[in-house]
Each structure stands twice: as structure tokens, then as C-alpha cells.
Design a protein around this ligand. Structure first.
Ligand code: ZN
Length: 289
């Protein structure tokens, strides 16, 4: 198992580090790798050291009474550097009544004098474990933008005048996917597209969708820059998929559908444009890795 790396840091002006050194040695005895910051560190220096040393936990020790300013500042700087996956705990001489404010500021736990070091070590282990198990916030990294909205219609010809002539959305592409039994018409609506889906045969998913739910919103599609990674990430987070591997959709795009239950009934599609290969996945032939 990977060893846990901890930074024990002394923010503020107090000049006593016996307590911090005892904690550092105690955590080492519990099998952790411990870096000690030295005395009188600013929050900036502490965050800098934490990032350089690639620690997964910072233990802040304060005897100076400035913990209410210094501890939250460390948490804030970590967030600013997008390093708030680093666990922050505190200790030292901290009045009981200050602890709720520190928790609210993002300090995971404040240990008061007399705490057994094994209790501290156990807390760090459990926290890091549950953080690893927690689904990562994929969305920001995953999705570049809304790509298109799919609308199921019994007949493109009868609905096209509404979108094209009344709303003035230009038709940019038409395609029949014989194998899937659908005809697709794409219209440009600003930065995103509408995809009209008309079934060619009654035994197709779109025909069945129309039978069950009637014409209307069929799916929402998001553009991602690496569809294979996106699928793997969502699957690891427990999201049910209809397509575990990307496949070729209309106009050479790589597509994959998530199960509608992932979004409370809204069928969700991921799209990777063939003209936007991402570094390391820029293979236009064969499935992206
Ligand atoms: Zn689509």
C-alpha cells in the first residue's frame, strides 16, 4: 500500500514546536511519511510546501491564538490552487468554542491536547480512504459544452417547416443510418445543434420511444474531448451506461449513450468530434483509446 505523506506545519508566530515534533514522530511511528515545515510559516509557504512535497494531509499546529485566521487561510489557498483534495486537520491550543468555526472553514478535525496519536493516524487513514472512494466532480473536466439536443419526430418532413422556416434555423446536414433505422436532420441553433430523429422502421429504438413517450425531447448530447476517458470515469463513478465503448455516430463523430436512469429519465449522449482529437487520442481510424 502507498504510504501516506503528511505535512506537519506551524503557521503563525509562536516559537514552540515541541508539540508539533511529537506529533510528527508519532505519525512516523504509525507508518506515515512526515514532512515538518519548521517554525513561523505563512499559509502561502505551507501550501507551497504541501504541493512540492505532494502530501495528502496537512496537520496545522498553533499555540499562538491566530488559528481562526491562519487555518481557514490554508484551506482557502488550497482551494485556489485546486488542491482541496488535501486533507487539513488542526491541533495545538485551541479553545473548544473555536472548533465549529474551523470545521465550517474546511478543517476536517481539530485535535485537542491529550489526543492519542493513534487516533489522529486512524482519522487521517479513514478520511483519505473515503475521499478516494468518493466520486470525483467530473463534470467541469468532462464536458466542453452542450453539443446538441435530439428530438424524436414521426416525420421530419412535417416538422421541418417549423424549425427551418418559422424559427429560421438552417439545415446543416442530413443522414440516414440504415443499420440503426433512423434518419437524422441537423439544424444549427447558435452554438449548438438540433438533431431531429425519424424512425425508418417500427422495430427501432426511436420508433419504440415514440410509441411509449410520443414525439419530443429524445436526448441531450454533450461534447467531450476524450470520450473513452469520459466513459471510463463515469463508469468508475457508478453511472450506468448503454454504450461501454464509443461507437461511430452520424458525420463521423464518436458517440456513446448513458442509461437514462443516470439523469432521472433523460437520455444522455457523449460526443467526441472527429476534428477535435485530444492529445494522445487523436486517432481518427479505429476506436479512440
Ligand atoms: Zn445525438
Amino acid at each position: 500500500m502507498e504510504r501516506i505523506r503528511v505535512l506537519i506545519a506551524k503557521p503563525g508566530l509562536d516559537g514552540h514546536d515541541r508539540g508539533a515534533l511529537v506529533i510528527a514522530q508519532g505519525l512516523r511511528d504509525c507508518g506515515m511519511e512526515v514532512v515538518y515545515s519548521g517554525l513561523r510559516q505563512t499559509p502561502e509557504q505551507i501550501v507551497q510546501t504541501a504541493l512540492q512535497e505532494d502530501v495528502s494531509c496537512i496537520g496545522l499546529s498553533s499555540l499562538s491564538g491566530a488559528h481562526l485566521e491562519l487555518f481557514p487561510e490554508v484551506v482557502r489557498l488550497l482551494r485556489e490552487r485546486q488542491a482541496d483534495d488535501i486533507l487539513v486537520i488542526g491541533g495545538g491550543i485551541i479553545p473548544e468554542e473555536d472548533i465549529p468555526a474551523l470545521h465550517a472553514a474546511g478543517v476536517a478535525r481539530v485535535f485537542t491536547p491529550g489526543t492519542q496519536i493513534t487516533e489522529v493516524a486512524e482519522f487521517i487513514r479513514q478520511q483519505l480512504q473515503s475521499r478516494r472512494a468518493r466520486p470525483q466532480p467530473l463534470w467541469q473536466k468532462l464536458v466542453q459544452r452542450l453539443d446538441h439536443i435530439g428530438i424524436a419526430v414521426p416525420s421530419v418532413a412535417s416538422v421541418l417547416p417549423f424549425y427551418n422556416q418559422l424559427l429560421g434555423l438552417p439545415v446543416i446536414a442530413e443522414e440516414e443510418l440504415a443499420a440503426q433505422g433512423i434518419r437524422l436532420v441537423f439544424l444549427q441553433a447558435g452554438d449548438i445543434e438540433l438533431e431531429l430523429l425519424e424512425p425508418l422502421r417500427p422495430d427501432t429504438p426511436v420508433a419504440q420511444f415514440l410509441q411509449k413517450r410520443g414525439p419530443g425531447l429524445h436526448h441531450v448530447a454533450y461534447a467531450v474531448d476524450n470520450i473513452a476517458n469520459a466513459l471510463a470515469g463515469l463508469q468508475a463513478a457508478g453511472v450506468p451506461l448503454l454504450d461501454e465503448q464509443p461507437r461511430r455516430g452520424a458525420r463521423g463523430k464518436w458517440i456513446a449513450f448513458l442509461h437514462p436512469s443516470a439523469a432521472q429519465g433523460v437520455l444522455t449522449e457523449l460526443v467526441q468530434h472527429p476534428d477535435e482529437p485530444s492529445p494522445g487520442t487523436g486517432r481518427l481510424e479505429g476506436a479512440p483509446q
